[in-house]
Design a protein around this ligand. Sequence first.
Ligand code: SF4
Length: 221
Amino acid sequence: MTIKIRKESFGYIFFRQSDRKYFIVEKNFADSDLFPVVKQYFPEVCDSKEIVIVQNKDSKRSLNLSAPIGLYLEISQKCNLNCGHCYKPDEVGHKEMGLDQIKNLLRELTAMGVFEIRLCGNEPTASKWFFEVTKYIKERGLYLGINTNGFFGKRIKEYLGSLNPDLVVVSVDGKKETHSQIRGRGVYEKAIELLKYLRDLNINCRINTVLSKKTLKIFPQ
Ligand code: SF4
């Protein structure tokens, strides 16, 4: 288990890497006293080596956080689907960030003490930088979450299995009929296949459901 600690002017944030559970602690302690304090919040911690200080901020006294706890990052403005309820259609002609820009941004966010990056979309796996960016986030020790429609082939599915992200959120809007009407034929099967695959590998996953007027039309009162 890893507990990351970010020192704030008002105290600390304790962040558990395995499940993003965190506590805001509004008190300061000597570094040597930190371990028993962390143990009060996360009793499962048994060794001080499980504690990582990600930032030791020495700012003016303030009640503000020195940085966000987590961020949603859009690495693509494209998607391989055309869902009926999409609120983010492909942004044609939109200039996406280059790989170096994304890496610079991730380095800055790490240095600020951000704990979590959630890749979202449109569809993050549609980005040409998907493999590089996800590897880079993992290498930096950040909590990696990926929001996806799950509609891709074996290569990306198996890559996700080997990458072992901290969380994968798969869109499922209801039963097969509902999902297929909104997102297209064959999409539901792929999403379920991915969820089963991740579950068998013990990769943390859950579903995300979009409720919209279109969903209501499929299920009238
Ligand atoms: S998967 Fe998401 S981004 Fe892609 S078309 Fe559907 S709702 Fe839009």
